[in-house]
Design a protein around this ligand. Structure first.
Ligand code: ZN
Length: 209
């Protein structure tokens, strides 16, 4: 299906709270909603996501690291699929989330194994122009599979709209990883996500007809 895409630029003078409704107040010990930030156009959440994962090029014995990377990423996606409708697609142009196998560039001199980068795009598929998040997720291949899975679980949380961090090490969205890799979502992760899913989605603010 023909699809057009163009970058969205925030109109000046739109305070985040206008598009996002009321900003979150602390949800108590049960979640970390107060740490989650909206975009200037509202909450970058969706009822359904399409996700693309970089394919394996080498299916033979020499491709073992590629294959392990992909399996670890798929395991992290499967964990999020228990909470959200996520469809894995083969065509990157159809995806809102693109997971790539590469080490993120240094940021202010610091190395990391994963990064999620959010863009807002105006997309026209069949009907009118609509605002969509487009998230590039970089996951380094240079870790053991459990660490890759934990990194992917965390970065995918950002991709699905959790743009903030928990201060508790047992949460997938913890700002600092604890001693053991977190491979499952905690009750606090799930409660925060459920709260996010009830917020208004990206609005049409600034979308030209
Ligand atoms: Zn993070």
């Amino acid at each position: 299906m023909a699809m057009e895409v163009r970058p969205w630029t925030a109109p000046r003078q739109v305070p985040p709270a206008t598009a996002a409704g009321e900003l979150p107040v602390a949800g108590g010990q049960g979640d970390y909603r107060q740490a989650i930030k909206p975009t200037p156009a509202g909450w970058p959440r969706r009822d359904q996501w399409c996700l693309w994962i970089e394919p394996i090029h080498d299916h033979g014995p020499t491709g073992i690291w590629e294959q392990r990377w992909r399996q670890a990423v798929e395991a992290a996606v499967a964990t999020w699929q228990l909470q959200l409708p996520i469809r894995i697609v083969g065509d990157p142009s159809q995806a809102q989330v693109l997971v790539e196998r590469r080490r993120p560039p240094l940021q202010q001199g610091r190395a990391s194994h994963g990064r999620a980068l959010l863009q807002l795009l105006e997309v026209r598929r069949a009907g009118p122009w609509q605002l969509e998040p487009r998230v590039q997720v970089l996951i380094s291949p240079g870790q053991n599979p459990r660490a890759i899975q934990a990194t992917a679980l965390h970065e995918l949380g950002h991709a699905f709209g959790l743009w903030g961090h928990s201060d508790q090490p047992g949460d997938a969205m913890a700002s600092k990883p604890g001693p053991a890799p977190v491979l499952q979502l905690s009750p606090r992760d799930r409660t925060t996500l459920n709260w996010l899913q009830q917020q208004p989605a990206l609005g049409g603010i600034g979308v030209a007809p």
